[in-house]
Design a protein around this ligand. Structure first.
Ligand code: SME
Length: 173
């Protein structure tokens, strides 16, 4: 059993440092991409303050399909280039959206969501999916969150890359 440790971090880099250690411990040695994604979603949902949705959309047959997450039920399919998730995926760049109401084409899954951070999951420029975080507060996410979540996404991908076929199992093209 894995016990989530209460954080003593007083700044975002320290908090993401703790989460990075916890994520590495959670997924160490595990080749199952969905199991690791599910545990990572739970870690972020419970470990980050002011987050109402944390999870994955996975690249399948040219679109994004809902993957493991924590939060309210969400829309299932997002076209590349649509919404915050599809835009980050198409650009292969992280997106910090301080106010989702001001983002053209934002897809409202949970009406409580006010700001959003999306980090694409890439293997050699190949899109595997995105990590998506929502907050009920405007301006919740900043560059420290972007950098922290990109670090966590890299840990997630690096573990899968150690197991033959595990990265490929995350998505299907
Ligand atoms: N708001 C996202 C859709 C996914 S939900 O936030 C879980 C978007 O615009 O892509």
């Amino acid at each position: 059993m894995f016990a989530l440790q209460p954080s003593s971090a007083t700044d975002k880099p320290s908090l993401y440092g703790e989460l990075a250690q916890q994520l590495a411990a959670l997924i160490a040695g595990e080749a199952d991409a969905i199991a690791n994604a599910a545990n990572m979603a739970a870690l972020l949902y419970h470990g980050l303050p002011d987050v109402n949705w944390a999870g994955f959309y996975l690249a399948k047959a040219g679109e994004l399909v809902l993957g493991p997450f924590q939060g309210k039920p969400a829309c299932i399919r997002i076209a590349l280039g649509k919404g915050v998730c599809g835009t980050a995926a198409a650009r292969q760049q992280s997106l910090v959206v301080p106010d989702v109401a001001a983002f053209p084409g934002h897809i409202a899954c949970d009406p409580d969501s006010r700001s959003e951070l999306v980090v694409p999951l890439l293997a050699e420029r190949r899109l595997l999916g995105v990590l998506d975080l929502d907050s009920p507060h405007r301006n919740r996410f900043d560059e420290a969150d972007r950098a922290g979540c990109e670090r966590l996404a890299a840990i997630f991908l690096a573990e899968l890359a150690r197991h033959p076929g595990a990265l490929a199992a995350l998505s299907s093209h």
